[in-house]
Design a binder for this molecule. Structure first.
Ligand SMILES: [Mn+2]
Length: 354
């Protein structure tokens, strides 16, 4: 039970914690809603939501009391007094400054604590996936892989990048995704040298590389994958770069394990690319955590301070980008285990020439 676990580890500096963000409310309650406030004390918790959600919330949330919010200021003031709460931890990284200032005055003399401790604890908890969470991510990934298999038969000279992106999106949504993980990327030819380029009306042409970066959301959990394919034919330079990225990606997957620092995890891919002479053309981190949000802890980058833990789900997505020419990125998701990792991505990644 996530609320109980959080309550047990709650920062000593506070008597209770107020969870307002949609992502963290979903994480703790399993209940998606645009309105709500979860107050967690050491020995109890209450979830407030408005009349639109109250029936569904009462049915689906276990382990905390559910109350319909009316005059929230009055209700919350009463509750804080009843529970003897004088210091409330908040999500410093997610609450707006205006709301924070408003609460400080509205609920005075109760103090709202924005020291980042709540964020750090939640982020650490969220980075380690339970079996249920992993199952959702795996389902989301399966949907994306089915879309990839479908798109291979759809890709053809003359189709636009935008058509490719829309076809991936439509397929994932029809196949059971509740949303797409982010704006799908489909970039080809010279456009593929921009890691996060926007799909355009450019038509696929023979000799292009096409990079597709996409994912599905299932029960609130995201997936993320990237594949680069060749249209019609491939030249020696493109193949050389593809092989370097693929070797770096595989080397990183082979080395990930519990206890490895995220700087070292990043270096597993980065050093291979640097040694091949393309270090300056790999401008982003090797990977990131995935879960309720598409980018979460831990980050695999040269600046990361995290260490991999059993239960993390991270992407491994090195790339090489040659401005004005082309780019290659290959991305899988990995589940970190004691002695290694389990690749959650089964789609082929040898260079496909379509
Ligand atoms: Mn990614």
């Amino acid at each position: 039970m996530k609320i109980t676990e959080f309550a047990k580890n709650m920062p000593e500096s506070v008597d209770a914690v107020m969870i307002l963000s949609e992502e963290n409310r979903l994480y703790f309650t399993g209940f998606p809603s645009s309105d709500g406030c979860l107050l967690i004390a050491r020995d109890r918790a209450v979830f407030f939501t408005d009349s639109r959600y109250i029936e569904a919330a009462a049915k689906s949330i276990a382990g905390c009391e559910i109350r319909e919010s009316g005059d929230f200021t009055m209700q919350f003031t009463q509750l804080l007094a009843e529970w003897g709460v004088s210091r409330v931890g908040i999500e410093a990284e997610r609450l707006t400054v205006s709301r924070f200032v408003q609460y400080q005055s509205r609920f005075s003399p109760v103090d709202f604590v924005a020291d980042g401790e709540v964020d750090r604890l939640i982020s650490a908890m969220r980075s380690v996936k339970s079996e249920e969470e992993l199952a959702c991510i795996e389902t989301a990934q399966k949907i994306a892989e089915d879309a990839f298999a479908h798109i291979l038969g759809f890709i053809a000279v003359g189709k636009t990048e935008r058509e490719i992106a829309l076809e991936l999106d439509f397929y994932m949504l029809r196949r059971g995704a509740e949303a797409v993980s982010f704006e799908t990327i489909a970039v080809s030819g010279a456009n593929s040298s921009m890691p996060h380029g926007v799909p355009s009306q450019k038509k696929l042409a023979k000799g292009d590389l096409l990079t597709m970066d996409f994912g599905a959301v299932y029960k609130g959990y995201h997936s993320d994958m990237t594949r680069t394919v060749a249209i019609g034919c491939v030249d020696g330079g493109q193949r050389e770069v593809y092989d370097i990225v693929l070797a770096a990606q595989k080397a990183c997957l082979a080395g990930l394990r519990e206890g490895l620092s995220c700087v070292d995890a990043d270096a597993l891919a980065r050093e291979q690319i640097q040694n091949s002479g393309y270090g300056d053309n790999f401008s982003h981190g090797t990977g990131h955590g995935v879960g309720i949000e598409i980018h979460e802890s831990p980050n695999l980058s040269p600046r990361s301070v995290a260490t991999l833990a059993r239960g993390n789900v991270v992407t491994v997505e090195p790339g090489i980008y040659l401005p004005g020419r082309f780019g290659v990125r290959i991305e899988d998701m990995a589940f970190i285990t004691e002695g290694g990792c389990r690749n959650l991505t089964a789609a082929p990644k040898e260079l496909l020439v379509l």
